[in-house]
Design a protein around this ligand. Structure first.
Ligand SMILES: [Zn+2]
Length: 101
């Protein structure tokens, strides 16, 4: 099984629960950087609907600025380096979940 398949399997086995990139890396027991996890998630998010006949998707909990509360609606899985509104670097990590409709 590839690392990407194991990332999907990890999320599927905990359907509906949200995880950060670090938690996912720990879950699949691989030394993946957050950037590597985000790349896997981006790919999985594109293919998961088709793989499950439209009944499943990857949900993202958007990063939030922990200073001003702004929700940062990232278009791709990643952690923004700073808040676009107040420029604070105190930003939460995005979290991902496998959801079955
Ligand atoms: Zn802010």
């Amino acid at each position: 099984m590839t690392v990407r398949e194991r990332v999907l399997e990890f999320l599927m086995s905990r359907e509906g629960e949200f995880f950060t990139a670090e938690e996912i890396a720990r879950g699949v027991r691989e030394e993946l950087t957050p950037a590597e996890v985000y790349a896997h998630i981006a790919h999985i998010a594109k293919t998961v609907r088709r793989s499950f006949g439209g009944r499943a998707y990857i949900a993202i909990k958007y990063p939030v600025c922990l200073k001003c509360g702004y929700v940062i609606r990232v278009s791709k899985p990643k952690k923004p380096s700073r808040c676009p509104r107040c420029k604070s670097t105190w930003v939460s990590e995005p979290e991902f979940a496998f959801i079955m409709d």
